[in-house]
Design a protein around this ligand. Structure first.
Ligand code: DGJ
Length: 738
């Protein structure tokens, strides 16, 4: 065990039963009571280390049974106590966290405190992404060991603490030490019972091309639950939710965030119990989940990143931005400047050849764009989306030569070269499928669903992953490719593996995700200089799990600047702006038909990892000049957008403009952007908040040269003296003056 002075954040009482996790501004407390039940006592604003078990009101609530250790005490019930690890089938009738079917057919899980250990570093989870230590900052870990009351099952609870970011992580590992096999039918990453507060849940729902719309709902006795059973985290719900105090806003109120570092099926739920305590849970969705654990086998949950802010949503988001940027994102481009890219997808779709691609690249290069990304259609027989997936061999006829030759031509222009793959998929009309039909998920005796006319590869198979690894690395190495866009274009169903034992089929959704992570890990190890951009039909897998491999993710297939405002707004609650893949495209927009000014499209895309998605040969000279200006603007503000602090200046309620702001970490300058989203006759003024400027510094505003103190700007805000027409945008810079 490390020395006490080495451990700053994890405080344990002398009797070893009271645990207080301290971050800069928050505290989390739990206590193993005299019956070894692990009670949740507190998560909120920073407090001392006094035992808060006195906050619990024990009463006989009726129909709330008493465990044997309570003897005649009818007031002690697992059904009413605030717990960290609610069992199942043994007297807590609320939603459980772990469900086990034992060899005798019984369902019971009753975990009791056994011991603890403290580590002076972060914990890793086998085969899964998790927050990692850096030279600048190390986490601390509390490992609590629990044992199941009537079987030889051990549960290890992991609590990680990152003090500076006010982050506490949770994950758990269940080990079967018994002689007989068990079936694990549910195992979440965390559960906690918050005793007295009233909460609202903010979650992010949507659909393909319209992801992460923020919604807010009170948590009452009817359960508020979101999740995905699509095999991916999904466009439909994002694996990140906030429980906030009623009425909390950007700058007021307590908020608890929970963000799952996972890219597959998940559930997040909150519900008040009969005592008005809120049970808050998150983890792998129990639907279609069942892990068979033989003696000696273990199951690890994904990690959940919890964070607390006592002063509203902006602080909470900034804490998530920092922790994800510094302790999830990895690789050569974690901090290195990302190239401004041009992607040919909306310019050509499948209808391209070498000549067209080179022309797009040549024009892009003249305008200052730094990388050409060749999207879908360069391989196998792929003239539309009905065939070819899996045949990762260059179509040399279409490309007029090898990929290395094309890449060389692009590199000679002084540009980087990127390539699209969709490794996890297979078309029935492909050589790969003809050779290995059993590599696709399909349940014997059933015809599998087609989606985009493609099937899903069985990523749980080692041979499938070996094939993909060989193909991807060979192409990347041969052609000296700088960037890969890793796409995934359908939900996963009809899951059945031809190599897994039949009693292991309930493991496949999770093993699929582990397979993807394994392939990503090995691919990146073989190509360490690569910039990987994640994608799943846009933002269908826009989650902290994927961000461990790809520091930017194509945030949505929707490039309409106005729709993007809401998508990027929703994304900003948890994910750093640097992770948002964001492009300027043509108008009328291909997804919505809307026409927006070229300038606005640029200003919206600037709030992300910036690029273009159009044929630059087909735009006017005036627009070409604007591209040059936008490219220059991107360089000017790169440090702000990728490393600065982000502020949402407008919110969920309907208004006729949206605004956001980036502030440099040293508060020397800030960039504020306003987009007019609705227009009326006799227009009312646009007045916006200004945030985050240093109180005692003076700042000049780029609009009218006005100089005021940060304190004044932060409180009085800014009024535009020009009328913005519908969809027009404006950028305002604040610069520190001596
Ligand atoms: C979906 C992606 O989101 C698009 O950008 C594009 O890459 C297509 N797939 C290609 O099939």
């Amino acid at each position: 065990m490390p020395q006490e002075e080495e451990i700053m954040a994890i405080k344990v009482s002398e009797n070893g039963r009271l645990f207080t996790l301290q971050t800069k501004d928050s505290s989390y407390q739990m206590f193993a009571d005299d019956k070894n039940v692990l009670l949740h006592l507190y998560y909120g604003e920073k407090i001392g280390e006094e035992n808060l078990s006195g906050l619990i009101f024990c009463t006989d609530m009726g129909f709330a049974g008493n465990p044997e250790e309570a003897g005649p005490n009818r007031k002690y019930s697992l059904d009413t106590l605030p717990q960290e690890i609610p069992g199942s089938g043994v007297g807590d009738f609320r939603d459980d966290m772990i469900e086990i079917r034992h060899a005798d057919g019984s369902f019971a899980a009753d975990f009791r405190f056994d011991s603890f250990e403290i580590l002076d570093h972060s914990y890793a989870i086998p085969g899964m992404p998790a927050l990692y230590d850096t030279e600048e900052e190390k986490g601390e870990t509390l490992v609590i060991t629990m044992t199941e009351k009537a079987s030889d099952i051990v549960l290890k609870l992991f609590y990680g603490v990152f003090e500076k970011e006010n982050v506490i992580t949770r994950a758990a590992r269940l080990e079967n030490h018994g002689e007989t096999a068990i079936e694990l039918e549910k195992m979440l990453s965390f559960s906690m019972d918050l005793m007295y507060e009233n909460y609202e849940m903010i979650y992010f729902s949507g659909r393909h091309a319209m992801e992460r719309t923020a919604e807010r709902i009170p948590v009452q006795h009817a359960k508020v639950e979101i999740g995905s059973t699509r095999g991916t985290s999904s466009h439909h719900y994002n694996p990140a939710v906030i429980l906030c105090e009623e009425g909390a806003d950007e700058t007021h109120g307590s908020c608890i965030g929970a963000c799952l570092v996972y890219s597959g099926n998940f559930v997040a739920a909150a519900q008040k119990d009969q005592k008005n305590q809120t049970r808050f849970q998150m983890g792998i969705h129990p639907t279609n989940f069942c892990f068979h654990l033989e003696k000696g086998e273990a199951f690890d949950t994904p990690q959940a990143i919890l964070s607390y802010s006592g002063t509203g949503l902006t602080k909470l988001s900034q804490q998530y931005h920092e922790i994800i940027r510094e302790h999830i994102c990895r690789g050569a481009y974690k901090h290195a400047k990302r190239p401004i890219l041009i992607n040919n997808w909306e310019a050509t779709y499948f209808n391209f050849n070498e000549e067209k691609i080179l022309k797009i690249a040549e024009q892009a290069q003249k305008l200052g764009i730094e990388m050409l990304v060749l999207d879908d259609g360069w391989f196998g027989k792929r003239e539309d989306d009905n065939s070819g997936l899996g045949d990762w061999f260059v179509n040399e006829k279409k490309m007029n030569g090898s990929m290395a030759q094309l890449a060389e031509k692009i590199h000679k222009m002084g540009m980087k070269f990127g390539l699209w793959f969709e490794p996890e998929m297979i078309s029935e009309d492909s050589d790969l499928y003809r050779a290995h039909p059993d590599w696709a998920f399909a349940i014997p005796g059933r015809v599998p669903n087609h989606s985009r006319n493609q099937l899903v590869l069985d990523m749980t198979r080692e041979d499938v992953r070996e094939y993909l690894l060989e193909r991807l690395t060979t192409i990347v190495h041969d052609a000296k490719i700088d960037y890969v866009k890793w796409d995934m274009n359908r939900s996963v169903c009809d899951v059945y593996s031809h190599v897994a034992a039949q009693n292991r089929n309930g493991e496949l959704y999770h093993r699929y995700v582990l397979g993807v992570y394994d392939l990503l890990e090995r691919f990146l190890a073989a190509c360490p200089d690569l910039l990987l951009e994640g994608c799943s039909g846009g933002g269908g897998r826009y989650d902290a799990g994927m961000m461990y491999y790809s520091p930017q993710i194509w945030c949505s297939d929707n490039t309409d600047a106005i729709n993007r405002l809401s998508i990027q707004y929703g994304s900003s609650f948890f994910y750093p702006i640097s992770t948002v893949g964001s492009h300027v495209s043509v108008c009328p927009n291909h997804q919505t038909g809307r026409v927006t000014p070229f300038r606005t499209r640029g200003d919206v895309a600037l709030a992300g990892s910036f690029g273009y998605e159009m044929d630059l040969n087909k735009i006017s000279d005036e627009e070409k000049e604007m591209v040059k200006e936008q490219v220059a603007t991107m360089h000017t503000y790169y440090d702000l957008t990728h490393e600065g602090l982000y502020y949402r200046l407008t919110g969920l309620k309907k208004q006729d403009f949206m605004a956001w702001e980036f502030v440099a970490k040293d508060q020397s300058r800030a960039l504020l952007t306003i987009v007019k989203t609705d227009a009326e006759g006799n227009m009312l003024p646009v007045h916006t908040k200004v945030c985050g400027l240093a109180e005692n510094k003076l700042y000049r505003c780029s609009l009218d040269g006005e100089i005021r103190s940060g304190r004044t700007w932060n409180r009085a805000g800014l009024t535009l003296h020009q009328v913005l027409k519908e969809y027009e945008s404006i950028r305002v810079e604040f610069t520190e003056v001596e």
